[in-house]
Design a protein around this ligand. Structure first.
Ligand code: NDP
Length: 245
């Protein structure tokens, strides 16, 4: 499958591991110049940097915590300096934890909301002045926001908030020719899932129609579709990439 995106400029938050890494590499392989950010894991960021360097285009990987306005400003400055403008913005950076609601302290509520939802607000609002007509904004939400999951009230609230933000913003950005959509993954084979017990992972597998977990590249393929003109009449929409869970 190929969605040529030659010469387009893309920003990917949380690009150093998991889904974001597959998205950053997928966009670069289709011809994009890519700026990606990470929060703390320098080793993973270094791996992404060298893999991107082996792909044609102008790429850079920078440290920026999307929950911190000053970091997001610096990230947008990096996009302006390295790329000049943006055609594709992928808000993928996300945080999760598993806490019973009764034990959910305000600090932890804020950590998750600030990364997932306020991070989307900061990144998209910061990126908009650089975005061209025909640009595409993509947020990585979660299937969990649609169905609810115990111990994840803060996480699902943040992901449901991403849907609302995208829906309303699609109406504001439509006249500028900018689209905004959400991808809602099911359970995808990233570090969080690798750490599950074999029984837990097996239970998740049997919950899907396809009988297996998803791969980061399978979410990235949906991002490539939404980044390309093949999805030119889609905005304010949510695509589920969940193996039929
Ligand atoms: P990972 O934990 O594997 O990777 C997260 C990435 O985001 C890392 O690059 C991490 O950098 C970065 N990141 C985390 N917090 C911040 C922050 N505050 N600022 C900047 N970067 C940050 O996550 P996944 O690949 O599993 O998930 C990616 C997205 O997909 C998330 O939004 C998640 O909610 C969503 N999702 C994932 C599912 C899954 O099954 N994996 C299912 C449904 C949705 P560092 O390592 O440096 O912290």
């Amino acid at each position: 499958m190929s969605f040529r995106l030659d010469g387009k400029n893309a920003l990917v938050t949380g690009g150093s591991r998991g889904i974001g890494r597959a998205v950053a590499l997928g966009l670069a392989q289709e011809g994009c110049n890519v700026v990606a950010c990470y929060r703390a894991d320098k080793e993973a960021a270094g791996r992404l940097e060298s893999d991107l360097a082996a792909t044609p285009g102008r790429h850079s990987v920078v440290q920026a915590d999307v929950s911190r306005p000053e970091d997001v400003n610096a990230l947008i400055d990096e996009c302006r300096g390295t790329l000049g403008s943006l055609d594709v913005v992928v808000h993928n950076a996300g945080a999760i934890s598993h806490v019973p609601f009764a034990d959910l302290e305000l600090d932890e509520w804020h950590r998750i909301l600030d990364t997932n939802l306020t991070g989307m607000y900061l990144v998209v609002r910061g990126a908009l002045p650089l975005m061209s007509e025909g640009g595409s904004v993509i947020a990585i939400g979660s299937k969990a926001a649609m169905v609810g999951v115990p111990l994840r009230t803060h996480y699902t609230a943040s992901k449901a908030g991403e849907l609302g933000l995208a829906r309303s913003l699609s109406k504001e950005l439509g006249p500028r020719g900018i689209r905004i959509n959400v991808i809602a993954p099911g359970i995808i084979n990233t570090d969080a899932v690798t750490n599950l017990s074999p029984e837990h992972a097996q239970r998740y597998r049997t919950m899907t129609a396809l009988g297996r977990l998803g791969e980061p590249e399978e979410v990235a393929d949906a991002v490539l579709f939404l980044s390309s003109d093949r999805s030119r009449y889609m905005t304010g929409e949510t695509i589920h990439v969940d193996g039929g869970i």
